[in-house]
Ligand binder design. Sequence first.
Ligand code: HEM
Length: 234
Amino acid sequence: MQAQRVLPTGLLGLTNSTIGKKVIMAVTGLVWIGFVAFHMYGNLKVFQGAEYFNHYSEGLRELGGPIFGYAHLLWVARIGLIVTIVLHVWAAVSLYRRAAKARPRSYEMQRTVQANYASITIRYGGLVIFLFILFHLMHLTWGVPGVHNSFVHGDPYANVVSGFQSIPAVIVYMLALTALGFHLFHGTWSMFQTLGFNNKSYDRALRGLALALALIVPIGFATVPLAIVFGFVS
Ligand code: HEM
């Protein structure tokens, strides 16, 4: 009998196969890893004072000039971030649904504690980070009254300093950064597996890399609110 040729459907088979969805998760996750690492590094400019920090923030808007207009490249990056986060969440939900459907009921009780811990941390952590991003935009980008009551448009340094005078806001950031650390650790590790870096001989090195990222990024972010709370930055 002649073998049947199976053509991939969806976007080259990416959007409807399990491996395709995992690749989407890995690549979009990588984009966000790049963003959070860059954003954390940029935030450290707070320690160089108001003028330096605000100049950096303005520089992000002038990026690509004079070829690109004011904030045009920034908007390209923002659209890229929105598209990648939507794809990341979509792939996660769809993989979860597929796994739940495939899993026989009785098996549910037998799942290993470790696998459960990793998948629960990453799932709920992801939700916490998503909600945090919405809160964070209301706090430091849009200055929504009630979330940030002394927001001054065009003065990000002042907004960061006054925004972290509120202890509840600092607690929200600390919780979200903890969730980010766990998400980065498990997410980066899964990303390596999906992208094929799963050779036993460098497992330890990759775990080390995932751990380093999961510690450096949240701790780097946390230095800013903590420095403000303890009066090192004002
Ligand atoms: C203590 C930690 C953080 C501080 C102090 C901080 C600070 C800021 C500031 C000041 C802005 C506005 C920049 C401007 O308008 O020029 C901003 C925007 C943003 N932040 Fe953060 N951030 C922190 C953590 C995070 C984390 C953990 C994420 C993601 C998981 C994140 C994602 C974003 C996004 C998506 C924007 C909008 C970028 C844009 O539209 O230009 N931030 N952040």
